[in-house]
Design a binder for this molecule. Sequence first.
Ligand code: PLP
Length: 375
Amino acid sequence: MIYFDNAATTAPSEAAVRAVCDCMKNTFGNPSSLHTLGIRAQQVMDNARKEIAGALAVPPETVYFTSGATESSNLAIRGAAGTYGRRKKRVITTTVEHSSVKEAFKRLEEEGFEVIRIAPDENGEFVPDDFIDAVDENTCIVSVMLVNNETGAVLPVKEIFSGVKRRNSETITHCDAVQAFMKIPVKPNDIKADLVSVSAHKIYGPKGVGALYVKKGTRLMKQNLGGRQENNMRGGTEAVPLIAGFGAAVSELSGTFAERMEKMENLRRYLLEKIGEIGEIFVNSSENSVPYIVNISLKGIRSEILLHFMEEREIYISSGSACSKGAKSGVLGEFGISPALEDSALRISFSHENTEEQIDEFVDALIAAKNRLRR
Ligand code: PLP
């Protein structure tokens, strides 16, 4: 099997699986219990929190566990709007966000907020001034992703948020850093983010767990109502085994940025060289993309057809965002990709376990597809 769909999800690492199993067997206490078993579960969570906080270079008490980045971003956006949005009715985001952010803003719009959606320019690049100029005294929150999940494009979040803060220091800044975390540096203080969403299953951890960084002093209206868990930010018994797995995944990747990045850059270079030899394959990702995600189109063959052709050869890739279940999200169009190329888009997303031999097999399959399927 060749797995090139790591932006959708990753295979959990041995260390993550071990941590989850170990915790389920040996640390089943409820972290809210006052007895020893509860305290042990609390310690497991504290250790994982420290790992994630360390990776973000923030204090552990600013990291809140959630059920995944979707919940993190819902809490960030709806939570900020709930606290600060009574008079401040303007909210700003991009046209290329993941559905978890997009839908949260849609709901705010239905509730009477003025939503400004900034698109990339004609070159597919975001211009920080477009965001900064849109900020006024009534701007509640600005939310911008760091790495786009369909193309791998890196957005100029630091420039945008620095400008936003200069214009209105009270505007809350949120970053969906799911596709960036543990792949490129994500430091909330550096990028001037008050809120940052991350997820475990994109970094070899378990599904169903994520975190939200909340800068000290930022008040969010609680969304998951219930107990006083997570410092009263999120009700509900914490998923301690998943949190343990999240911590183990982060711990394993910490300190390996440079070598993993080099490997990814080599894989991308190799892939681009090989598909360059086939001809008639368009690369939709720009040069300013992370090497983990390469979006290409073999014009004339629809994505789903090619996807199934690859699947028959046990090569797993994606046509876009896994969450849209094959439906076009429109994000490629926003980046200036033509409808014909969007119809045949394929997303190849690497892990550090992929090899050049796997790319060779994939490229052979692409050539076979071109010869057999091309209209
Ligand atoms: N944000 C981005 C950019 C993503 O790629 C994803 C996952 O597809 C999410 C958010 C949602 O994360 P989760 O599956 O943890 O809810």
